[in-house]
Write a protein that binds this ligand. Structure first.
Ligand SMILES: [Zn+2]
Ligand SMILES: [Zn+2]
Length: 314
């Protein structure tokens, strides 16, 4: 997948090259020699210890050094819901990266943004989708990748002060995964985050249950990256994918970030020939120029199972 394309300046007359899609300034700017980020430095906007997840793959893939810059990204939305996210996850990730870039005074930045909730295809299961972006404001491009997983711990329950939490704590993988406690109904405060010990948990439940109108406390997984190891694993995969994508360069203009931008669907049903919406090809594209290339992922002879066909299996 790919970030929002920058709007290319119209090429000056006589400035066109013959390479497909390599028009205007981009063909001159990138070239095909060394990777443009090798030896460079990007800043990662993070409050929650994401540097060990995101820096190593970029360093290994293209020799880009990544430094953390501590900025308060909570202003763009929090998992606890005290601050709601305004834009899309991608827009939020880009805004976070720019917070860090502004704080550090650098034109190259990174950030990640996670979305955890009931999976659209399986509402009883939680999924985590993590986006990692690289924003290059010197060259006017954004490269991003994402990874989704069901292997994220996102548990919640409501309890009275003396109730046994044993089976919940097992399911919530406590204390490896930290917890948040707040009043179940009525009051919004107190709220305890980053709970890592049974003593803290017991005290927090007693305090929050006393503050609640129903006498119960809400106990839930602390989803912040430093508190949730199962989420960290998803961010690490997304970062690995971003690093591979940054390393891949447009065959026309040399820009980093070449990769899949779209999927073509339509495989004929084996019985009636109607195209079922199964992917048949992927379109790779550039984040900077118009160059595109279609890659078949199923051969032309392949036919779809009639079970997938809206006519043969309505
Ligand atoms: Zn059919
Ligand atoms: Zn290009």
């Amino acid at each position: 997948m790919l970030g929002r394309r920058r709007t290319c300046d119209p090429p000056a007359s006589g400035d066109r090259t013959t390479s497909p899609g390599a028009t205007g300034p981009s063909s001159r700017r990138w070239g095909q020699a060394d990777h443009p980020y090798t030896g460079g430095t990007a800043v990662l906007a993070t409050k929650h210890d994401k540097l060990p997840l995101i820096a190593p793959p970029l360093e290994a893939a293209v020799g880009l050094r990544v430094e953390a810059v501590a900025v308060d990204t909570d202003a763009l939305g929090t998992f606890t819901g005290d601050i709601l996210r305004q834009g899309s996850p991608l827009d939020t990730a880009i805004a976070k990266a720019r917070l860090g870039m502004n704080a550090a005074g650098r034109p190259l930045g990174l950030a990640s943004e996670g979305s955890i909730g009931p999976d659209p295809s399986m509402p009883l299961v939680h999924s985590d989708r993590e986006i990692v972006v690289l924003v290059d404001d010197k060259n006017g491009i954004v490269v991003w990748e994402s990874h989704s997983s069901w292997d994220v711990v996102a548990s919640s329950t409501s309890v009275g002060p003396d109730e046994d939490l044993g089976s919940f704590l097992y399911q919530a993988r406590f204390p490896g995964h930290l917890l948040i406690v707040r009043p179940n109904c009525g009051a919004l405060h107190p709220i305890h985050k980053g709970i890592a010990s049974l003593a803290h948990l017991t005290a927090a439940v007693a305090e929050c249950a006393a503050a609640a109108t129903d006498g119960s406390a809400r106990v839930e997984t602390d989803l912040r990256a430093h508190a949730c190891p199962s989420r960290r694993a998803v961010i690490a995969v997304a970062a690995e994918r971003l690093a591979n994508r940054v390393a891949a360069r447009c065959p026309a203009c040399g820009a980093p970030g070449w990769g899949r931008i779209d999927v073509l669907r339509g495989v004929p049903c084996a019985w009636c020939g109607t195209e079922v919406p199964r992917p048949r090809a992927e379109i790779d594209g550039c984040v900077d120029c118009e160059h595109r290339r279609t890659r078949s992922i199923v051969s032309a002879e392949v036919r779809a199972d009639p079970g997938e066909c809206p006519y043969c299996n309505p």
